[in-house]
Design a protein around this ligand. Structure first.
Ligand code: ADP
Ligand code: MG
Length: 730
């Protein structure tokens, strides 16, 4: 018998009998501690001289570089504030292409040449650092002689304090670049895309309101995750090493009854959630909603939306926090896109829109009809942008883990389409069919738009199967995976929208130069987009096979796996988009592509090796032992001269077990050979393709045999925690 599974089960039993998880700390009203660990506006006002505070705010708002002189003053204020809170260390906090966050802590404490202890933190330490980042993925951007990476302060995202037990560290959000300034992270491209979008959007906004001088992209993410008891997690080597179960027969009861979705939250989970929310609030992460999701053991939380780069930082910070806080409650959080076969995976919807300094949400149909042409402009430009750059958007959510989700009849398909609902579809159809781009036409359009009901409240025709859906006052990108850094898809969203708005403005200008009035010119261009982008609009069931056929007929891309999907980054169109907008240089996008291929390879390599070990060390020995027990039993029955019918069941079982054992052994060998061949290929994209086409199928087929064995072998012998145990025992 295997100790780990049964030990784990008895640990849980004891836990549910007495040992409860720590009660959440009582902190009083959220307002009394919200943001207490953030170097936010209020703190800056308190700790900085007034003139410096004012210039810093202005600089941040305009996205300007902070001068060295100011950096010293800000550093000194940050240090005072942090030390007032018991902070001893600081770190530059950054987002390398591994997908998570990185930090290297330094102490404020230092010794002077005369041996005196002082606490030091100056503008230099704030502005730039040189962590020895040579092990972070760089996709060939760093030659070996200049392997260092540099982190540089991003003043647009506030510094914060991370508390772990008694330890407190000041974290400074930074970008991560090479010696010559090429991006090695997710943040620099995101910040560049934000500026690019802003520059493109302002002139378009000014067509409607000359007082607009700032536009920001907004992001509200929704994070899905699974919780598993720590004891059970530790008894599953595959969960520990790969974040998902590589083996495991479906539980007879899964999510069929939908009895978990929005159900009451179990006590232990509730304690975890409250604890996590408190930590989030201290860090100024505005989380608001929590609920059970569809999968048993699956949950979701969502904050209020924020400016995109702050929202991205907050999501990265949250994923880190969740992991830490789950451990306090003897849980492990699974952020993998598909931890369990046969049960819904986890996504991270990215709700995206744009806001102006005048307080307008550019994707919100305003109540005043005259303003709705602006709504229609931004709405149609978004659709046109997605239509033009669908493949690049698809590439931005590609990962080995997300491949299990997209197209798996639970998450949006790998085909990008846009859902806008009946009301707006009808508006667009009417404009296309019967309205001319004249002054009267503009009036007709405004009348049409004035008649539409309040879309924000009108959620009746929501389509959950769409990868890109308009939900009243924002677009919701549903293809993003639960563990993905939102910066990837957000960078693409901002860039393609920026590019689209630049082109839109040019087209409108061309028409006005020819003498058309402004509004009719806008309508003329929009009408063109309605016709052109119609192919990408789809209101039906995205899970259906008929859609796959229809999409192929319409010429839409369908890229179910990562190596194929990623190619859009370095296609002619992808490079043109990124290079012309200044978001990536050609060298940078090639390097990012390379890193994404590498990540894919490494994930599959680890899965394949883990599976091989699990099968050889855990599954086969148990199956063979049980086979021996059955064979012994048959022999004993034969010895007392019973006829064959007396041991027919045993014989049948032995045969089935034998067959699976042999098949498994053969396939593990074939998988190892395929892996070696893939590893020997010189270029990462070729290796990635080989892993996808030659290795991955074995990961699936070996699982099938193992799951059959799980069904056949004595439960008392089975070494791995079973699905029903992971999902339903709390
Ligand atoms: P749902 O029914 O999808 O949960 P919600 O209105 O609760 O709809 O919004 C879901 C997410 O959308 C939240 O994270 C919220 O902050 C975000 N959101 C709302 N408005 C915007 C906006 N203008 N820009 C970006 N995100 C937004
Ligand atoms: Mg939503």
């Amino acid at each position: 018998m295997s100790f780990s599974r049964f030990n784990a089960l008895s640990t849980i039993e004891e836990r549910s009998r007495g040992e409860t998880s720590p009660a959440p700390t009582k902190n009083g009203s959220i307002a009394s501690f919200y943001g207490c660990n953030v170097f936010n506006d209020e703190v800056m006002r308190e700790y900085l001289p007034k003139d410096i505070y004012n210039s810093l705010r202005k600089g941040i708002r305009a996205g300007q570089k902070i001068s060295r002189e100011y950096a010293d003053v800000v550093a000194s204020a940050m240090k005072r504030w942090a030390m007032d809170r018991g902070v001893t260390h600081y770190t530059h906090w950054f987002q390398p292409l591994t997908g998570r966050t990185a930090e290297k802590h330094d102490s404020f404490f230092t010794l002077t040449p005369s041996g005196e202890v002082i606490e030091e933190f100056n503008g230099d330490s704030l502005a730039q650092q040189e962590p020895d980042g040579s092990s972070f993925p760089g996709g060939g951007l760093r030659s070996t002689f200049e392997a260092r990476g540099y982190t540089a302060w991003d003043p647009s995202s506030p510094a914060f304090i991370i508390e772990i037990g008694e330890g407190k560290t000041l974290c400074i959000p930074t970008i991560f670049v090479t010696y010559s300034g090429e991006s090695l992270d997710y943040k620099l491209p995101l910040l560049k895309s934000q500026s690019f979008l802003e520059e493109a959007a302002i002139p378009v906004c000014q067509l409607f309101d000359p007082s607009v001088d700032k536009v920001t992209a907004t992001l509200g993410w929704e994070q899905e995750y699974f919780l598993v008891d720590e004891a059970l997690f530790n008894a599953r080597p595959d969960l520990i090493l790969t974040g998902r179960t590589l083996l495991g027969k479906n539980s007879p009861k899964g999510q069929q009854l939908d009895d978990h979705y929005f159900g009451s939250i179990p006590d232990r989970v509730y304690a975890f959630m409250i604890d996590m929310e408190t930590e989030c609030h201290k860090l100024g992460i505005p989380v608001r909603t929590r609920h059970n999701e569809v999968g048993p053991g699956q949950y979701e939380l969502a904050p209020m939306f924020e400016e995109v780069n702050v929202a991205v930082d907050h999501n990265q910070l949250l994923m880190d926090l969740m992991d830490r806080i789950a451990r306090r409650h003897a849980f492990r959080v699974l952020l993998h896109e598909k931890p369990f076969a046969g049960v819904n995976g986890s996504g991270k919807h990215n709700n995206w829109s744009m806001a102006t300094n005048t307080g307008v949400n550019l994707l919100s149909p305003g109540k005043t009809p005259g303003k709705n042409l602006r709504f229609l402009t931004f709405f149609m430009n978004t659709i046109q942008a997605v239509y033009r750059y669908a493949d690049v958007l698809r590439a931005s959510v590609a990962s080995a883990a997300n491949d299990h989700r997209l197209g798996a009849n639970e998450a949006p398909p790998a085909i990008v389409s846009v859902f806008i609902g009946d009301t707006l579809s009808k508006v667009l159809d009417d404009i296309e069919a019967g309205i001319d781009a004249t002054a009267q036409g503009v009036k007709d359009v405004l009348d049409l738009l004035a008649k539409i009901p309040n879309l924000e409240l009108d959620n009746t025709d929501r389509n959950r199967t769409s990868p890109f859906a308009f939900t009243g006052n924002k677009f919701e990108i549903r293809m993003v995976g639960s563990s993905t850094n939102c910066a990837g898809p957000m960078t693409v969203m901002n860039t393609m929208m920026g590019r689209q708005l630049v082109d839109f403005k040019k087209e409108v200008d061309k028409l006005t130069k020819k003498g058309k009035d402004k509004d009719s010119a806008i309508l003329a261009v929009i009408k063109g987009y309605i016709t052109e982008s119609k192919r990408i609009r789809f209101e039906g069931d995205g899970y259906s096979d008929s859609w796959k056929k229809e999409a192929a007929k319409r010429g839409l891309g369908n890229m179910p796996n990562t190596p194929d999907a990623l190619k859009a980054y370095i296609s002619k169109q992808g490079k043109d988009l990124f290079v012309k907008s200044g978001v990536f240089s050609e060298k940078e996008i090639e390097a990012h592509y390379e890193v994404m291929c590498e990540n894919y390879i490494l994930k599959l390599q680890i899965e394949s090796r883990t599976l091989g070990e699990l099968v050889i060390n855990h599954i086969l020995p148990v199956a063979i032992r049980y086979q021996t027990t059955l064979a012994d039993n048959i022999q004993q029955l034969m010895a007392i001269d019973l006829n064959k019918s007396a041991y027919a069941t045993q014989l049948d079982l032995v045969k089935k077990i034998s067959k699976n054992i042999n098949d498994i052994q053969k396939e593990v060998e074939k998988m190892t050979t395929a892996r070696k061949k893939a590893n020997a290929l010189e270029h990462a994209p070729d290796t990635a393709k080989a892993y996808c086409e030659k290795v991955r199928p074995f990961i699936e087929s070996i699982r099938l045999h193992c799951d059959r064995l799980e069904y056949l072998v004595d439960d008392q012998e089975w070494p791995l925690v079973k699905y029903r145990e992971m999902m339903f025992i709390r």
